[in-house]
Design a binder for this molecule. Structure first.
Ligand SMILES: *Cc1c(COP(=O)(O)O)cnc(C)c1O
Length: 407
């Protein structure tokens, strides 16, 4: 959309013409602590004045260690954990795969339909959707295998999570072989793929298979992690403890920072210098992350995400009752979407989704589309959004859905 942003405050963005926009997208789940948070500005300014770079592998500094310690404490699982920091989400996923291959001595990586893991060469191979992410950009990395996802709205009626997992595991054992799998990489709730929440039991069954067969279970929590779904990490909703966990987006209040967090025995298996990078864990980004993580604690953004979720779920369910074009309402906490279809069918209606999003922009509300079929409207408001403002944004969305279906 041709809207150039000049400034922002909490859940409001102001464009270069002075228009105020309600941001229900957070720059794709990044601005969890809101735009222009003073705590981030202060932490970053102070760090910029001290030093902006050393390369952690050359001369370490405390901010990097502090971010890792915080992530280790937050990540599910009781045992000792370690973290390594990088710049982007894709880089974190790539490194998780490198670590998994190194520690298992195996090569195969298993991913799922509708998955999104990034745009670098390896992560393009892990990502499911051809357009716009892969088309013309091959050849892709080998030893990547794709399995059917649990997608309750589109799976056979009544299919349980266990059954969907059995379907996926059967295909994997036939295609890949149980002893060749280094890791399974999965988003506990799919982001770009359409806010797909797998049926209960799916993730625990897959994690158990990994444990039983010496493969690593890698949770890509780049979009779902850090309070977004009403828990610190989305895999906690089903008590799943991943071997490795990737974070990025909301980690550093808008600064580029990502992490791999995992069991110490796994993280320590890689030789010194085997993973790293010039800018990974940049000191300014670490200062921003420490401020963002402190805000998540101090403002109880886990609780805030739950309250936002209740408000959105109620409003979207009411809208769906009146609008036959809404096939499904789903998500968790402050990560909810509506899947738009042709009334009376499950046929995706991406044109309607595009129309609704454009209409929302014209009314000053930022929402995003996603989904393998481009027909899901997703809501990812900043977790600091005031409820009255959120309700105002949802009113606009409702009006735009009603108006777009009528026209
Ligand atoms: C955004 C995203 C990525 C890629 O992150 P980048 O910082 O854009 O490289 C990977 N996985 C998931 C689940 C994401 O949402």
């Amino acid at each position: 959309m041709p809207i150039y942003v000049a400034s922002g405050s909490d859940a409001i963005m102001v464009d270069v013409d002075g228009n105020q926009l309600i941001d229900l997208g957070s720059g794709i789940a990044v601005a969890g602590v809101g735009h222009g948070a003073p705590a981030i500005t202060e932490a970053v300014s102070a760090q910029v004045a001290r030093f902006t770079h050393t390369c952690f592998m050359v001369n370490p500094y405390e901010g990097y260690v502090a971010v890792c310690e915080r992530l280790n404490a937050l990540a599910p699982g009781d045992g000792p954990k370690k973290s390594a920091l990088f710049n982007s989400g894709a880089e974190a996923v790539e490194n998780a795969v490198k670590i998994a291959r190194h520690v298992t001595g195996r090569q195969a990586v298993v991913v799922f339909d509708h998955a999104y893991h990034g745009r670098t060469n390896l992560t393009m191979a892990l990502t499911a959707k051809t357009l716009p992410y892969r088309d013309g950009f091959g050849p892709f990395a080998p030893e990547v295998y794709r399995l059917p996802m649990s997608y309750p709205y589109r799976d056979p009626t009544g299919m349980t999570g266990e059954e969907a997992a059995t379907r996926a595991i059967g295909q994997m054992e036939r295609q890949v072989g149980a002893t060749r799998v280094a890791c399974m990489v999965i988003e506990p709730i799919q982001g770009e793929g359409g806010f797909v929440v797998p049926a209960p039991g799916f993730l625990p069954r897959l994690a158990r298979w990994c444990r039983d067969h010496g493969a690593l279970f890698v949770a890509d929590e780049i979009q779902t992690g850090l309070c977004r779904t009403g828990t610190w990490f989305a895999c906690e909703h089903e008590g799943v403890v991943p071997d490795l966990l990737t974070t990025a987006k909301a980690l550093a209040g808008g600064f580029p920072l990502s992490a791999v967090t995992g069991r110490s025995d796994i993280m320590d298996s890689v030789h010194t210098g085997g993973i790293g990078g010039t800018y990974g864990g940049n000191p300014v980004a670490c200062a921003a992350a420490l401020a963002a993580l402190r805000m998540m604690d101090d403002l109880d953004l886990v609780g805030a995400a739950r309250q936002i979720g209740e408000l959105m779920a109620g409003r979207l369910a009411a809208l769906a009752r009146n609008q036959a074009c809404i096939g499904d309402v789903r998500g968790r906490g402050a990560m909810m979407g509506i899947e738009l279809v042709r009334p009376g069918t499950c046929d995706p209606d991406p044109d309607l989704a595009t129309q609704v999003v454009r209409a929302c922009y014209e009314q000053g509300v930022v929402v995003l589309t996603c989904g393998s079929y481009g027909n899901v409207i997703r809501l990812l408001p900043p977790l600091v959004i005031e409820h009255a403002l959120l309700a105002e944004g949802l009113d606009v969305l409702a009006e735009c859905v009603e108006h777009s279906t009528r026209s």
